[in-house]
Design a protein around this ligand. Structure first.
Ligand code: NAP
Length: 560
């Protein structure tokens, strides 16, 4: 009864270190780890102890006899990562256990290492977790929204609740006695980089890639055009996108690009709203979806099927929940790519595409059509979008698809941070192992560090940020140990006073706990995991119900 890793694998590698027989690969020390689409359990070597199940932060692992029907393909997918061999032949282990990256040891100094982390998504929380393994270290997390956890809250699709379970790990990190939240505080508006640095040894930016890559073709910008990432934020109740005008009164939506974000949006737009009503989707979005006239979402890729940007686990998940079809010409492209003897992973994707239904069959419910070799040329329409004209990639031919809504889903883009260098071409902050580098001098910018998408670009999964953040923390701690970081100028109370003077509505951990509890309570009557507040004012009103800080301090003293 070996265990199996399934769709919501976050790749953070926790299971690898929990496994007593090193049967989960690629492990973080192996070359494929940074690029793998998921982790795989060797069914022959697995001893069925279940240690990986408890270690997985997103509930992605189960014994093979307890899988739901839609998870069954993952039995073969896990096994196919390993060479075929008789059931009792184990692979020679490269080492007994996957080598654990040793935590960066902080040397004791009179002023304990104090780090400001800007952003509160996965890269920020993994960095905080790593720093707080060391005695005495203090971490203050600054976030511009009153709610934490970045794209886990505002980017992961609401029907992927398992993936959102990683917030339980982040909640645990944030309960550490040396961790503080400064939510609803925007660095660059309420505080400058220099002010943060004056109150900390180091400032670690884990701000992600907040903008979209824009498609520069005629007609983008017309009413009826937008980006998939804006739509994801709207679906997830991000307060900056609550009022996004989303017009679903047309039969067809076209999404340009076929990464996992495109699949998320296509799936949500074609799912029965009553199913979504059991998730934490924004109420506003749910209402619009309940009146949607959309019957088909076309996901258009500029290259062929073998270069599909979506991952295999997400494709499998999509085909289990949605009706997905291909045009006959695209079926031919799939066959041609299969005949070219693709690598294992691409071959598995192509086999699934091969099995998809034909778009000529009348649809029974809102469906998704995947199309290939279409390069967007212009958005059609005068007053508003009525479709897209594509060139057939590599030819002079054109192809038009009518649509009432045209979304681009061509990736995220990092944004410049005031007072720090920025690499425009890669949309990242130039860095070496997380140390921010001044391109003019080639030297590190003292006290400035980066982790996550602003460090390496918008790639990978939630857990990919763990090893990324650990690397940055190693650099930061080495600099602190070497005496290269300046002690903070004031005591912690000085920082508190400064933040409150600049932003009286700062939300702390207790405020977030009050928002969290209120959202969960609002959702419980309808059997939902939570019903999110989508307006900052409502979040602040909920935060204000938290017991005032002096009372909490007294309580903490009484409780010892
Ligand atoms: P992505 O995976 O990088 O996909 C971008 C897509 O846009 C590709 O199909 C790309 O085509 C296309 N594209 C780029 N420029 C284009 C242009 N000028 N014209 C037409 N098409 C263009 O980006 P994403 O979907 O935003 O995802 C970002 C990251 O988040 C990925 O690592 C993804 O796996 C991750 N993510 C994961 C999940 C999940 O695990 N459930 C969910 C969401 C996001 P080419 O390949 O031809 O360049």
């Amino acid at each position: 009864m070996p265990h199996v890793i399934t769709q919501s694998c976050c790749n953070d590698g926790s299971c690898v270190f929990a496994c007593p027989v090193n049967c989960i690969h690629p492990s973080p020390d192996e070359p494929g780890f940074a690029t793998t689409e998921m982790l795989y359990i060797d069914p022959v070597a697995c001893v069925d102890c279940g240690a990986c199940v408890s270690a997985c932060p997103v509930g992605a692992i189960a014994p093979d006899n307890r899988l739901e029907g839609k998870q069954l393909p993952f039995v073969e997918i896990n096994a196919s990562f390993y060479p075929e061999r008789p059931a009792d032949v184990k692979l020679p282990p490269t080492s007994k256990l996957a080598p654990v990256i040793p935590a960066a040891q902080v040397r004791a100094r009179p002023r304990p290492l104090t780090v400001a982390i800007v952003g509160s998504g996965p890269a920020a929380m993994y960095a905080a977790d790593e720093l707080l393994t060391q005695p005495g270290v203090r971490v203050n997390v600054f976030e511009k929204l009153p709610t934490p956890y970045g794209l886990v809250r505002a980017g992961v699709a609401p029907d992927h609740q398992n993936t959102k379970k990683v917030t339980a790990l982040f909640d645990r990190v944030s309960r550490h006695r040396h961790f503080r939240f400064y939510l609803n505080v925007e660095v660059g508006q309420h505080l400058s980089h220099a002010e943060l640095l004056a109150h900390h040894h180091a400032v670690l930016y884990a701000v992600g890639a907040p903008d979209d890559r824009r498609l520069d073709i005629d007609g983008m910008g017309l009413p009826g055009t937008g980006t998939a990432t804006e739509l994801v934020a709207w679906i997830n109740g991000h307060p900056d996108f609550t009022d996004l005008p989303v017009d679903l009164s047309h039969e067809r939506v076209v999404i340009v690009g076929n990464g996992n974000v495109a699949l998320d949006v296509a799936r949500v737009l074609t799912t029965d709203p009553e199913e979504l009503a059991r998730t934490d989707i924004s109420d506003r979005a749910l209402e619009v979806l309940r009146h949607s006239e959309v019957r088909e979402v076309v996901v258009a890729a500029r290259r062929g099927p073998a270069h599909s940007a979506f991952t295999l686990p997400e494709l499998i998940g999509l085909t289990e929940t949605s009706e997905v079809v291909l045009d006959p010409e695209d079926h031919k492209l799939v066959e041609a790519d299969l005949a070219a003897v693709p690598d294992r992973l691409t071959g598995q994707k192509l086999e699934i595409l091969r099995e998809l239904g034909d778009a000529s069959v009348p649809r029974t419910r809102p469906r998704i059509r995947l199309t290939y070799r279409l390069t967007p040329a212009r958005v059609l329409g005068e007053q508003r979008a009525t479709g897209v004209e594509f060139s057939v990639t590599g030819t002079e031919d054109t192809h038009r698809i009518d649509a009432g809504l045209v979304l681009t889903s061509i990736g995220y883009r990092g944004k410049q941070i005031r007072d720090l260098p920025f690499d425009e071409s890669r949309s990242v902050i130039p860095n070496d192992g997380g140390r921010v580098i001044d391109p003019a001098s080639g030297q590190p910018v003292t006290g400035a560090y980066v982790a996550g998408w602003i460090k390496r670009g918008p790639t990978g999964f939630i857990g990919t940020n763990k090893s990324c953040s650990v690397q940055t923390v190693q650099s930061l701690v080495a600099d602190y140990n070497a005496g290269a970081l300046t002690d903070p100028v004031t005591k912690p109370d000085g920082l508190d006073r400064l933040v409150h003077a600049r932003q009286p509505d700062v939300v702390d951990s207790a405020g977030w706990a009050a928002i969290d509890a209120a959202e969960i309570a609002r959702g419980s009557d309808d059997g939902r995991p939570r019903n999110k507040f989508t307006e900052v004012a409502d979040m602040l009103a909920a935060a204000a119900t938290a017991p005032p800080a002096p009372k909490r301090r007294l309580l903490a003293r009484l409780l010892g």
